[in-house]
Ligand binder design. Structure first.
Ligand code: FAD
Length: 456
């Protein structure tokens, strides 16, 4: 990019919100995946108008633009593989309004998920989408990846709480979609179309989300299992007992050991699996559900069971699950968190296959899963500098994808496609689906400047 063009783009936001210093460019050349590529300029807009002006110049000059939130995605979605501009939305971090009467919040894209959750909880409300990265990930990033989380089982994913968006198209036009009502069938559902589009269709600059009442009571139970089969039998039995837990999370042995080694939380290191179960409801009915779950667990090969007696104890139990990713990331210099998802009945088969595949390739892997919805995260830890090891990692990931598809699953349950899953897209989308996808991309971004080199 020529210096003159950089200066023109920087002048839109001002020099304090633009940088091309090498040490800054490095910080925006990677995300939570393993690849990296330097951008040429990083801009931090603070309004839809600034984003629109930036896109108009980028469109005129055919400059690649990669939108970015907190950069926590695990699929290489924010790596600026064609250089150009990284458009970092983290300065647009205001909660614009919380409407308690209509259960709606309007936020800028850079609001951190946890900040929104805490703000609405103070008012007795809840914003259900809760990716484990909630303390860092932005709502804009959550929308662009259609993020899920442990509570998906009961409440659904980001798209289920999305009412409307303001977004800037590749040519700088400002698009408004949806509105403030829960029911809205006017025209094509452009809001949902943009949700999960990974920055390839538009830059999201304002988000209207639906809130729900905070559950009156919650209970968290942890159960430690000698056998993985018993662990998944318990999952199946709980699900078929007419109980819909808010969360049903599983950690397998290698992950438990990594968490314990890194954070010393008092987890048992000799068990095959741990289940973490959270139920939400009214105090009057919740105890019946908790007892039913405890009965199911007692009927299995459970070595220990803890039912949290208060919020602080529940938070301590959850800390172990939230620490799974960060703990595994400490084991070796690099990691890839797979995201294949299978029908719940195939979960144990998929876990065993993932362990077997990694074992056959001589790789270390920690498995954790949103067990209730079949979303599995085998996290392979390795050293990217070892080319032979990295080739084995790639081969293992490819094999896992094929197994998941053969079991009736999907490439990605929540992390997205980015660079990681792009080579496998045609396993799940046929020629017609790919053609329609390309047509949508051409309509929104005819010259292909938005997050180029990714899945479209
Ligand atoms: C420890 C850990 C745990 C995680 N747990 C979960 C989990 O439980 N569930 C889950 O779904 N994910 C999880 N993730 C993945 C990641 O946190 C999510 O994908 C999250 O939604 C990304 O948000 P972000 O702000 O970091 O976005 P980024 O990583 O910055 O961007 C992600 C994508 O969104 C696009 N984008 C970002 N902002 C905008 C915008 N304003 N307009 C248009 N496009 C935009 C980017 O171009 C990119 O394609 C986890 C990651 C880590 C590191």
């Amino acid at each position: 990019m020529k210096d003159e063009l950089k200066r023109e783009l920087a002048s839109i936001v001002g020099s304090d919100r633009a940088t091309d210093k090498p040490e800054h460019l490095v910080a925006y050349s990677y995300d939570a995946y393993t690849e990296e590529h330097l951008p040429e300029l990083v801009l931090f807009p603070e309004s839809t108008e600034e984003v629109s002006k930036i896109m108009k110049v980028a469109f005129r000059e055919s400059v690649p633009v990669t939108p970015r939130g907190a950069g926590t995605n695990l699929a290489g979605e924010t790596i600026p593989v064609r250089g150009g501009v990284v458009l970092c939305l983290t300065r647009m971090d205001k909660i614009l309004s919380i409407d308690e009467q209509n259960l709606i919040a309007i936020v800028q894209p850079g609001v951190i998920n946890m900040d929104l959750q805490k703000a609405v909880e103070k008012l007795g409300l809840m914003y259900p989408p809760d990716p484990a990265s909630w303390a860092a990930a932005t709502i804009g990033g959550n929308v662009a990846t259609n993020a899920g989380g442990p509570r998906t089982l009961k409440y659904g994913v980001t798209k289920d709480y999305l009412l409307g968006l303001t977004a800037v198209l590749a040519n700088g036009d400002v698009l408004k979609t949806g509105g403030r009502t829960i029911k809205n069938v006017t025209g094509y559902n452009l809001t949902t179309l943009l949700c999960g589009s990974e920055g390839t269709l538009a830059v999201i600059t304002e988000i209207t989300v639906r809130l729900v009442a905070k559950p009156r009571a919650t209970r968290t139970i942890r159960a430690d299992f000698q056998s993985l089969d018993d662990c998944s039998d318990a999952v199946a039995e709980i699900m078929s007992a007419g109980i819909v837990p808010a969360a049903l999370e599983l950690m397998a042995r290698y992950t438990i050991n990594a968490v314990e080694k890194a954070f010393n939380l008092g987890l048992p290191t000799d068990v095959e699996g741990i289940l973490l179960i959270e139920v939400h409801g009214y105090p009057e009915t919740l105890e019946t559900e908790v007892s039913r779950i405890e009965d199911i667990l007692r009927g299995k090969d459970v070595t220990n069971m803890i039912t949290a007696q208060d919020d602080a104890e529940a938070e301590r139990l959850w800390l172990a699950r939230r620490s799974a990713g960060p703990a595994l990331m400490r084991v070796r210099p690099n990691h890839i968190v797979e995201d294949v998802t299978v029908p719940v009945s195939q979960l144990t088969t998929m876990i065993r296959k993932a362990l077997e595949i990694c074992h056959n390739h001589g790789l270390e892997v920690g498995v954790f899963a949103h067990a209730g919805d079949g979303n599995l995260h085998p996290c392979i830890v390795f050293d990217r500098r070892d080319e032979d090891e990295y080739k084995r990692v790639e081969a293992a990931c490819e094999e896992m994808v094929h197994v998941a598809m053969a079991l009736g699953g999907t490439l990605s349950g929540e992390h997205g496609i980015g660079l990681a899953k792009a080579p496998f897209l045609s396993l799940e989308m046929d020629e017609v689906a790919l053609r329609v996808t390309k047509g949508i991309k051409d309509l929104f971004d005819p010259t292909g400047i938005l997050n180029p080199g990714k899945f479209v």
